[in-house]
Design a binder for this molecule. Structure first.
Ligand SMILES: NC(=O)c1ccc[n+]([C@@H]2O[C@H](COP(=O)([O-])OP(=O)(O)OC[C@H]3O[C@@H](n4cnc5c(N)ncnc54)[C@H](OP(=O)(O)O)[C@@H]3O)[C@@H](O)[C@H]2O)c1
Length: 332
């Protein structure tokens, strides 16, 4: 049981430069936890690319097998909720940042981080969704909990061709929302329409330097994956009582905005943190991902790469040129 297995390990050299590459690990190097998982699939999120390239200071413990997402089969469990052979998903918490993650053929994690694979999803689909799908769904659930309905008006999704953006468009359109995609990629209109976007708005069509504190109110809801000036524009263009799910910082972690959308239009800015969202919400969101929020075009937004292709796959995420979701086939 201590035979070596493959992992993508992220390390730091003596000059504090982050390096990553394929390496061998053994079971006794795995972290503590009640559940040992044979990993079948992982995925690449923007955060994984920041971690593996060192562009973001994401890793809190070196060395660390990367991969914030995994799906697979339980090998052994000392927690009564899981048994050998169970199909499970584990995402977020310290996985892949301070605890060896899903870019490894085996992972040992605390039972509190593990969710039973819901009926309606297989292990591949769970990773086609991964943290991106979970976060998009959590954003939609939080907006609905704060009054968003399809009758309220359109919902704008920024960073539309990214993993979170594309899945959010698919889920929202499935629920009957008029969904508008904001993208920097003029060539991806057909892709975004295929996912269910009713309209496409190009970033180049908006002068973000000239956005006033309040513009004409257009959106009842917004899923923002990029932050910065674009989030300021989103806030300024919300309708009365609109709800904004702030998910990401692909453009910037700063926001320079005003309080007017909040105090003159009653807009709510909802913070979405998929990382430390525990039970029962975590299971509730996964159950919805397997039922009414299950994207209709999951296969079309997903490409699969092998473990050997993983080290070369991160740069495109940093450059913002990636489209859709990337699943990593970990098990042979
Ligand atoms: N809060 C949470 O719990 C949580 C969970 C998961 C992800 N996130 C964050 O959510 C964001 C999206 O994640 P993801 O996995 O979907 O990333 P992704 O697949 O890399 O997509 C990001 C998208 O943002 C747009 N973009 C990239 N660079 C940009 C720039 N400089 N200015 C404006 N737009 C830019 C691009 O879409 P277009 O060209 O179509 O505009 C890109 O495809 C990331 O910031 C990630 O860290 C947060």
């Amino acid at each position: 049981m201590n035979a070596p297995f493959k992992a993508l390990v992220i390390n730091q050299d003596e000059n504090r430069k982050v390096t990553s590459g394929l390496a061998s690990m053994t079971m006794d190097q795995l972290d503590a936890g009640e559940v040992l998982i044979r990993v079948h699939y992982s995925s690449i999120n923007y955060k994984d690319a920041l971690a593996a390239t060192g562009v973001g200071k994401i890793i809190r413990r070196f060395p660390c097998a990367g991969g914030i997402d995994m799906s697979g089969e339980v090998v052994e469990s000392s927690d009564s909720r899981f048994r050998a052979g169970d199909k499970v998903i584990a995402t977020s918490f310290d996985i892949g940042v301070a605890h060896h993650g899903g870019y490894a053929e085996y992972a040992r994690v605390p039972a509190a981080w593990v969710v039973a694979l819901p009926d309606g999803l297989d292990l591949f689909e769970a990773m086609a969704l991964g943290t991106a799908g979970f976060t998009a769904a959590l954003g939609i659930v939080r907006m609905e909990d704060n009054g968003l309905t399809p009758a309220g008006g359109p919902v704008v999704v920024t960073g539309a061709t990214g993993g979170v953006g594309g899945l959010a468009i698919d889920m929202l359109s499935r629920l009957g929302y008029h969904t508008v995609a904001l993208t920097g990629k003029a060539s991806e209109g057909d892709y975004l329409k295929m996912l269910g976007a009713s309209d496409i708005r190009l970033r180049s069509s908006i002068d973000f330097d000239k956005v006033r504190p309040l513009e004409a109110g257009e959106w009842a809801g917004a899923v923002d994956n990029v932050g910065g000036q674009i989030l300021h524009w989103v806030l300024a263009t919300m309708k009365q009582a609109g709800v904004v799910a702030s998910i990401g910082n692909a453009a910037s972690f700063n926001i320079n905005t005003t309080v007017f959308p909040f105090i003159l239009r009653g807009v709510s800015l909802l913070g979405i943190d998929s990382g430390y969202m525990g039970f029962p919400t975590r299971q509730r969101v996964w159950d919805r991902l397997a039922t009414d929020l299950k994207p209709r075009h999951l296969a079309a937004v997903t490409r699969t790469i092998t473990f050997d292709e993983l080290p070369g796959a991160f740069d495109a995420f940093i450059q913002g040129t990636v489209k859709g979701r990337t699943v990593v086939r970990v098990a042979d």
